[in-house]
Each structure stands twice: as structure tokens, then as C-alpha cells.
Design a protein around this ligand. Structure first.
Ligand SMILES: [Zn+2]
Length: 157
């Protein structure tokens, strides 16, 4: 069994408020999005309006980030990986209680090499935005920024 599935099953999803006002559904939605091999298999599931809404971060984002980080180790379909990267970026930069923000940043720092791998092999721009919010080693971040600079300029051309 993949670690993300065990991490997902560890969470009592109904204990956390979702940005949509409901509770309990996000665990199942995350599972569907992670297991999907294409966007068509999401069955209408989405993170938008649930982990955050108009940059207000919901409590459920904390366990959701744990599951997303565990899932990023796996060979995810392209739309799933990009949904997770975009949402992680929104969450590190969103409005929330300081404790919620700190917990989210902490969980991403725990898996920081997954984000660095994305910076060197995937969505460089989004990965660097996330790292800018969470990385505590400015010298390392600067070194990587220089190393991936060509990938960034390629994207904007
Ligand atoms: Zn919801």
C-alpha cells in the first residue's frame, strides 16, 4: 500500500471544516484525484473551494497538505500533480491563523526535496514560489534559483 493511502486513512476528515462549509468529503475526493490517470477520472472532484476559497485557507488544508506531500512521491498523472502544486502554492501564500500556516509550511518543509525535484524537473515556476514561502535556508534557495534560471526563462519565452 502506498504511504499516501495510509496517511489519508489516518485522518478523521469530518473533524476539519472545509471551505465549502461541509465536512468529511475531502478524503474521498483526494483519493479519487490521486488514483486518477486522467482528468476524466476525477468524477467532478476538485480541491478548489475546499482547501481554500478566495485565498482563505480552510482547517482541512492541514491534513490535505500531508496527503498531497505523501502523494507527490508517487508517479501521479499530470493533471493531479499540477493540481497539487497549484494548491500547495495557494495554501502557503493564503490567509489563515498563524498556527495553520505554520503547520502547512512545516509539512512542506518535511518533504522539501519533493518540491526541489519539481523545481528541477516539473513546474519550476510554481515550485520556486512555494520554496520562497517555506525554505528556511536562503543560501540554498538562491543556489537553486540560479541552477533553474534557464528553465524559468524558457517557460516565459
Ligand atoms: Zn468541501
Amino acid at each position: 500500500m502506498e504511504p499516501w493511502k495510509i496517511e489519508l486513512s489516518r485522518v478523521d476528515w469530518s473533524a476539519y471544516e472545509c471551505a465549502c462549509g461541509e465536512r468529511g468529503h475531502l478524503g474521498g475526493d483526494l483519493q479519487r484525484i490521486i488514483e486518477a490517470r486522467s482528468l476524466g477520472e476525477w468524477g467532478g472532484a476538485s480541491l478548489d473551494g475546499h482547501v481554500e476559497d478566495q485565498s482563505m485557507v480552510a482547517d482541512v488544508a492541514v491534513p490535505a497538505v500531508g496527503v498531497m506531500m505523501a502523494a507527490l512521491q508517487e508517479d501521479l498523472a499530470v493533471p493531479t500533480r499540477s493540481e497539487f502544486m497549484i494548491n500547495l502554492w495557494r495554501l502557503v501564500d493564503g490567509e489563515a491563523d498563524e498556527s495553520v500556516t505554520e503547520e502547512i509550511h512545516e509539512q512542506i518543509r518535511d518533504g522539501i526535496w519533493l518540491i526541489y525535484r519539481e523545481a528541477t524537473n516539473g513546474d519550476t515556476e510554481t515550485a520556486m514560489e512555494i520554496l520562497e514561502c517555506v525554505e528556511r535556508d536562503p543560501a540554498r534557495l538562491e543556489h537553486f534559483r540560479t541552477a533553474v534560471a534557464r528553465r524559468l526563462s524558457k517557460r516565459t519565452r
